[in-house]
Write a protein that binds this ligand. Structure first.
Ligand code: FE2
Length: 242
């Protein structure tokens, strides 16, 4: 499947620009340095929808060896993790309409690309996702294990926070692409929990409202190193269930 770039209308490019500029009004002070630097590195700009084959992928391949891979929408676990394992980040190519600006039933390309792709310029973060997908593929027929891996993905890639120079910053794409949750999640009354792999694997999540709490990593290296220790935790969990 390809992006069918010529099919984007002027209204689509304007929608991208509006979303991009709205987020860039707030992200410079609240998003992770690696994410912010990544925007330029992957050549995202406000005035047009990124062209994956011409702009995004040549840049990404040179940076970390990853690429954006167009998919029609949500895809089955096996397919999803196989793409990640092959350093392909699955992304849709359709963009929300003005009436959907703040609410979507399924992620669109603004979420998938603006939210996630700039951080694919960071090697430790990429290595984390590659290792997580390798473990997921090993357990692809074990629903309970996959659910635990999904929690890890959810509380990091989608809704993760990071501490940088003692300030909390956003790196999860689910937050970064959401105007409301970008403001909400850093609120003083919203619980923040130091990242602990075992606790994350045990913590369910919901998909239909802002998160009740957010997990905070110290660095992307910490994230990568944590996932290299996931197998014994999953085995211990399986042994407990047996
Ligand atoms: Fe996402």
């Amino acid at each position: 499947m390809n992006q069918a770039y010529e099919q984007y209308t002027q209204a689509d490019h304007r929608m991208w620009k509006q979303l991009f500029e709205r987020q860039m009004e707030q992200l410079p002070t609240i998003a992770s340095r690696a994410y912010l630097d990544g925007i330029d590195k992957v050549r995202f700009v406000a005035d047009h929808i990124p062209h994956f084959e011409r702009e995004t992928n040549p840049a990404l391949r040179a940076l970390t060896g990853w690429e954006v891979y167009v998919v029609p929408g949500l895809i089955p676990h096996r397919e999803f993790y196989t793409h990640l394992y092959n350093r392909q980040f699955p992304a849709t190519s359709w963009l929300r309409k003005p009436e959907q600006i703040d609410y979507l039933e399924e992620p669109d390309m603004f979420h998938d690309t603006f939210g996630h792709v700039p951080l694919l310029s960071n090697q430790a973060f990429c290595d984390f996702m590659a290792h997580l997908s390798e473990v997921a593929l090993k357990h692809i027929d074990q629903e309970e294990i996959l659910q635990r891996i999904s929690r890890l993905y959810w509380y990091t890639v989608e809704f993760g926070l990071i501490r940088e120079n003692s300030a909390l910053k956003i790196y999860g794409g689910g937050i970064i692409s959401s105007s409301g949750e970008s403001r909400y999640c850093l609120g003083r009354d919203v619980p923040k929990i130091d990242f602990d792999l075992s606790l994350v694997l045990d913590t369910p999540y919901h998909i239909d409202r802002y998160q009740d709490h957010y997990f905070v990593i110290q660095s992307y290296d910490q994230l990568y190193e944590s996932v290299t220790g996931i197998e014994p935790l999953l085995e211990a969990y399986l042994a407990q269930q047996a």
